[in-house]
Ligand binder design. Structure first.
Ligand SMILES: *Cc1c(COP(=O)(O)O)cnc(C)c1O
Length: 416
């Protein structure tokens, strides 16, 4: 690549169609925020929306707001706003509960379908490098079921084809790996799983709002994902679950709370699942938190995932090239795939003192994060990350490494 300059980056920002959207986020002056893959930045509109929900809807209208302010419908209304970002149809997504809990429902429902149609299948295939909660939830549920299900943890995506076979009940994968940024080919993996008679659950925690996703085109079976990362829904924002029309009638999960009931206010003494996507709901939602999610989604509505993906790849490409050309004399090693089709919206490098270097970067206003082992992780969120931010972040990284101005043997914070 021809040598880039800081001025070139500024020019790229001036030509960037997404550039103006940055204005809609509250970002602290002087901070380069490369951690939107862990906690998305705050849409400015969220402050006013929170005030409205707390003052008017809760404070003044009180109980009337379940109807008047649409609180009861909020999980489905937000699901419909989110649907276009992941290639879902209307009435296939609800925003509710956490990713972990939605995984529990999806795994339970998928195993229930398999138990009725292919009862001998016993394996759930996933990756050892999957986000731990995904593995833990599958472990917890299968232990509880006590029907002899086994987890088959593969160590590399190349093992997938072999691992999925006649014994596989379920393939449960995170579309973009949280640590490496590896992006699976959803369509190919799903097709192979189906050919072998398995069902496929996709976790979109690092995909929704980050890469183009087309669940229906891939014929995926179920999906879950997170709203507080790339979707900028706020800390601990409820997550989402997608059940395509074709599976909805057979979607039965054991968290059969009253919000999933056909007539919740009939107060009937026994459970009858509602038709449609709302059967994925369980109980009353944290409305204040839920309401914030719309502020993030309304920014996405002003652009398209293809625009976002194009800039995301340009940012990660620039970051990788600058780190390698300007910090190449340091022991850094790229963990994220170089092949664009296999890369999410992040770039991760290992460094023997990764934790210390990340802390030094944060001190200097470049916020990334650290994941075991030795991985420095940088997320790129095209709605508010500029090309010049990439340039400046790499310059600060180079300076820290050249000066060795990081402190090894730091006491670790609880959240790294
Ligand atoms: C962030 C993330 C989660 C988070 O789950 P919570 O239930 O919200 O804590 C789960 N899975 C993956 C793959 C993630 O990246």
């Amino acid at each position: 690549m021809t040598a880039m300059t800081r001025q070139d980056c500024i020019t790229l920002d001036q030509q960037d169609n997404l550039g103006p959207l940055r204005e809609q986020f509250a970002l602290p002056e002087g901070m380069i925020y490369l951690d939107g893959n862990s906690l998305g930045a705050q849409p400015k509109a969220a402050l006013q929306r929170a005030q409205e929900v707390i003052q008017q809807e809760w404070g003044t209208d009180l109980i009337k707001s379940w109807n008047k302010a649409g609180w009861f419908d909020l999980p489905s209304r937000l699901g419909n706003l989110l649907a276009p970002l992941i290639g879902a149809e209307a009435n296939e997504v609800v925003v509710t509960d956490s990713t972990s809990i939605n995984l529990f429902k999806a795994i339970a429902a998928a195993l229930d379908i398999q138990a009725r149609t292919a009862p001998t299948r016993r394996t759930i295939v996933t990756e050892r490098s999957n986000f731990p909660t995904d593995i833990y939830m599958a472990e917890g549920l299968t232990r509880w079921l006590d029907r002899g299900y086994r987890l088959h943890l593969i160590d590399s995506p190349e093992e997938l084809n072999q691992a999925i076979n006649q014994d596989t009940a379920l393939v449960m994968l995170t579309h973009v790996n949280y640590r490496s940024g590896y992006l699976h080919d959803m369509q190919a993996v799903t097709a192979h799983a189906h050919q072998q008679g398995a069902l496929c659950i996709w976790d979109l925690a690092h995909s929704a709002g980050a890469v183009e996703v087309n669940l229906n085109a891939a014929q995926a079976d179920f999906a879950v994902g997170c709203c507080y990362k790339y979707l900028n829904g706020g800390p601990g924002a409820p997550a989402f679950i997608w059940v395509p029309q074709r599976h909805q009638a057979n979607f039965n999960h054991p968290l059969s709370g009253w919000w999933g009931h056909a007539k919740p206010f009939a107060m009937a003494p026994s459970f009858e699942a509602t038709a449609g996507i709302r059967r994925a709901l369980c109980g009353t939602q944290p409305i204040v938190s839920l309401a914030m999610i719309e502020c993030g989604l309304s920014i996405f509505a002003q652009t398209s995932m293809s625009e976002i993906r194009k800039k995301s790849l340009a940012l990660t490409e620039l970051f990788i090239q600058l780190v390698e050309s300007r910090c190449g004399h340091h022991p850094l090693s790229l963990v994220t795939p170089r092949t664009q089709a296999q890369r999410g919206s992040q770039a991760s490098f290992t460094h023997p003192h990764g934790y210390a270097v990340v802390q030094a970067l944060i001190e200097r206003g470049v916020v990334g994060d650290y994941r075991e082992p030795e991985i420095m992780r940088f997320g790129f969120t095209p709605l508010y990350t500029r090309y010049v931010d990439v340039w400046d972040a790499v310059e600060i990284l180079r300076d820290i490494l050249d000066q060795q101005s990081y402190q090894v043997d730091l006491q670790r914070n609880a959240v790294t």
